[in-house]
Design a protein around this ligand. Structure first.
Ligand code: AMP
Length: 215
C-alpha cells in the first residue's frame, strides 16, 4: 500500500506533482480542492453550501472534509494506495485521518512538504490556469502549453481560471495556511513521517525523489 500525503502552501505545486505521481505510481490523486470544486460546478447541496467559503479562501468544516475522504479512500481504485493533495489542512483533520488509517489497517504512509518561497507562490497562483477538458495545469509566467491555447495533453482549446486564484484571496489563503496547516507539519514531524522537498525542482525530479521515499 502506497500512501502519500502531499503538503505545501497554495501554489507550491501539490496538484501538478500529484498528477505526475499518479501516473508514475499508478495510484489516484485525491485532491480535496478538485472534489469540492466539482460539487460547486454541479450545484449539489454541498456545492451550494460551500461556494462562498471556497471563493473567500476559507476552510470547509473538518467534519465535511473527513466524511468526504473517508468515503473516497474506501473506493476500489484506492486499494493499493493514494495521494492526498490538500488534506489534512487542520490538526483536527490530521487526528481524524490517523483514526481513519487505523480503522482501515493503513499503518505506513509518508508526508512530503513541497517548499517554495512566498514570492514564487503568489506568481504561481496568479498565473495558474487549467485545461477545461482534462484539468492539466498551466501557468502564464512559468509553463504555457507548447502551442498557444492548445492543451499539450488532450488538445483542448478552452481554459479556466479558479475563482479563488486572485490577489486579494491568495493573501487570505496563505495566512489561513500558516495558522491552520503549519501545525499539521509539526504533527507529522513528531511522528517521524515528515519529509521536505524543494518545490522549485523539475517536476520529474520531485516525482522520483518522492517515489524513492516509499519503501
Ligand atoms: P485547493 O485546491 O487545495 O487549494 O483547495 C481549494 C479550496 O477548497 C480551499 O481554499 C478550501 O476552501 C477548500 N478545501 C480544500 N481542501 C480542504 C480541506 N482539507 N479542509 C478545508 N477546506 C478545504
Amino acid at each position: 500500500m502506497k500512501v502519500i500525503i502531499l503538503m505545501g502552501a497554495p501554489g507550491s505545486g501539490k496538484g501538478s506533482n500529484a498528477k505526475i505521481l499518479e501516473k508514475r505510481l499508478n495510484i489516484p490523486q485525491l485532491s480535496t480542492g478538485d472534489i469540492l470544486r466539482e460539487e460547486v460546478d454541479k450545484k449539489t447541496n454541498l456545492g451550494v453550501q460551500i461556494t462562498k467559503i471556497i471563493n473567500e479562501g476559507k476552510l470547509v468544516s473538518d467534519n465535511v472534509m473527513v466524511d468526504l475522504i473517508e468515503n473516497r479512500i474506501k473506493e476500489e481504485d484506492c486499494k493499493y494506495g493514494f495521494i492526498l493533495d490538500g488534506f489534512p489542512r487542520t490538526l483536527s483533520q490530521a487526528d481524524q485521518l490517523d483514526k481513519l488509517f487505523a480503522k482501515n489497517g493503513i499503518n505506513d504512509y509518508i508526508v512530503v512538504e513541497l517548499v517554495v518561497n512566498e514570492d514564487i507562490i503568489i506568481k504561481r497562483v496568479l498565473g495558474r490556469y487549467t485545461c477545461a477538458k482534462c484539468g492539466a495545469i498551466y501557468n502564464e509566467y512559468f509553463s504555457k502549453p507548447k502551442v498557444n491555447n492548445v492543451c499539450d495533453i488532450c488538445g483542448g482549446d478552452t481554459f479556466a481560471k479558479r475563482s479563488d486564484d486572485n490577489e486579494q484571496i491568495i493573501v487570505n489563503r496563505i495566512s489561513i495556511y500558516n495558522k491552520n496547516t503549519l501545525p499539521v507539519l509539526k504533527y507529522y514531524k513528531d511522528r517521524n513521517k515528515y519529509h521536505t522537498i524543494n518545490g522549485l525542482l523539475d517536476k520529474q525530479a520531485i516525482c522520483e525523489e518522492i517515489a524513492g521515499l516509499l519503501k
